[in-house]
Each structure stands twice: as C-alpha cells, then as structure tokens.
Design a binder for this molecule. Structure first.
Ligand code: 1GP
Length: 258
C-alpha cells in the first residue's frame, strides 16, 4: 500500500520515455458500482492500463474517495486523485493531479480551492503532479461546476495559449478536457497544436473517448496520456479494447505514434 508515493511522476516519465503512450482509467466514486470494483481494477490492469484516476465533479465525498481508492488496491497500479474540489482528496491515494482550471472565470477554481487543499495535501503526504486543467468544447459537469469558459472546438490557438501559459507557470502536466461524456472529444487538431507547443510538459487528453479508433486518433495527434472514464462503466470490454489500442501505439507496430 502506498508503495507508489513519490514515484508516480517517474513511473509515467519512464513509460513515455520508452516511446509509449500512457493510459489512465478514470473511476468516478459517484458512478461506480463498488461491489464490482476490485474485479474491474484487476481486469483493467490486465488489459494494460497504467494507472487509475479517482474523482468526479458532483456528489463525491472524501469518504467515497477513500473507499474507491481502497477497492482499486486490488490491482498493483498507482492511484492518482483527480479532484473536482477539496472534497476529492483522500489520504489513501498515491498522488494527486494538483490542478488549476486555467479557463475558469471563477478565481476559486484557479487558485482558491488550491489554497484550501494545499495544507491537506501536504499533511497527507500525497505526491503532487502540478496540472493545468483546460476545458474544451462541451465541458460537461466539470465545465459547468468549474465555471469554465470552454475553448471552442475550432480555436486550437486558444488552447495553445493556455497550454503555454500553464507550462510557463510551472505545470508539469497539461490536461485538455472535453468533459466526461462529451459527445465530441478534444479535436485531434487541437491535441496536435498543443503538443507541438509544449517544451517539457506532458499532455493528458480526456472526455468523450469511447472507441479504440478515437483513442488512436487522439494518441496519434500527440497525447502522451489518454484518459477514459464512462466507457469503463458502460462497456468494460470496449474499455479494454481502447486500452490495448493505446498501449499498442508505443510498440513501434502499425499503430505506433508518428
Ligand atoms: C476524463 O472526464 C474525462 O478527462 C472522462 O471522460 O467519461 O467521457 O471518458 P469520459
């Protein structure tokens, strides 16, 4: 337990360094069937997912997160918090995406929640993964709750400006989010423009990625880390196919990254 603390960033870097694309499975405590969780964790790990994200925008308490983190220990993979707010922090996790929602109009989601959260994160000893969170298009509950001014699907230059700003502010990860259940994911062109603009920061892309083909397109466009959430609960065999496709990309085979 907690063997990963302090080693998660390095683990991700090593996976990417060997030419791979990383896959994160997102588990929302408000949606998941807890009885199925340990088996699900094992199945996803076996399919090749690299880590679990735990979080959601609505109806999530710290104790809900605790229970999900514990359920995910059935696999040996890192468990990373993906909090929608301060109530998404659990002392049982390995690491946290310490996020600032850069395109929120509400300063609470840019720096306010972070100030409340920081002493708790420090006290819990979680590994911190500084992340610029940028909402694109649909936005879903994250965009609504976070009072985002989402970046239009056809304005990649705006996403690039936010991403560069995030990297200049010292963020190690840039997360382009179309919103959970988005009818349309982040456009591959936006992914590709943002990827090209980054010097060192790693690019995470999620929201509406519900087929192996879309996942492949997003990875091929330059995502370092692909996130899938809903599809895990809706159709686990499809989730596994997505994971396999993403993991194939780094192997230098037909599907490999350009
Ligand atoms: C992670 O919120 C997304 O960035 C997850 O989106 O649930 O649509 O996969 P889906």
């Amino acid at each position: 337990m907690r063997l990963w603390r302090g080693k998660v960033a390095k683990y991700i870097e090593e996976k990417l360094g060997s030419g791979g694309v990383v896959h994160f499975s997102l588990v929302d405590p408000a949606k998941i069937d807890l009885a199925k969780l340990p088996k699900l964790a094992e199945e996803l790990a076996e399919a090749g997912t690299d880590a679990f994200l735990v979080g959601g925008s609505l109806a999530v308490s710290e104790s809900d997160v605790d229970v999900v983190v514990e359920g995910l220990r059935a696999s040996a993979l890192p468990v990373i918090l993906f909090p929608g707010n301060v109530n998404g922090i659990s002392r049982k996790a390995d690491a946290i995406l310490f996020m600032s929602l850069l395109n929120s109009d509400d300063v609470y989601y840019v720096t306010g929640a972070q100030v409340t959260a920081a002493p708790i994160v420090r006290r819990y000893g979680l590994e911190v993964l500084p992340t610029a969170y940028i909402i694109v298009g649909y936005g879903g509950a994250a965009g609504f709750i976070g009072r985002a001014r989402p970046i239009p699907y056809d304005k990649p230059e705006l996403a690039v400006a936010y991403a560069i700003a995030g990297e200049m502010l010292g963020m190690k990860f840039i997360y382009l989010e179309a919103g959970s259940g988005a009818p349309r994911p982040v456009p591959p062109q936006t992914v590709s423009c943002v990827k090209k603009s980054l010097v060192r920061a790693k690019l995470i892309v999620g929201g509406g990625i519900r087929s192996p083909e879309i996942a492949e397109e997003i990875a091929r466009a330059g995502a370092d880390i692909v996130v899938t959430g809903n599809v895990i609960e809706d159709d686990v065999s499809k989730a596994k196919r997505i994971i396999k496709k993403v993991k194939e990309m780094g192997k230098g085979g037909q599907g490999s990254k350009a």
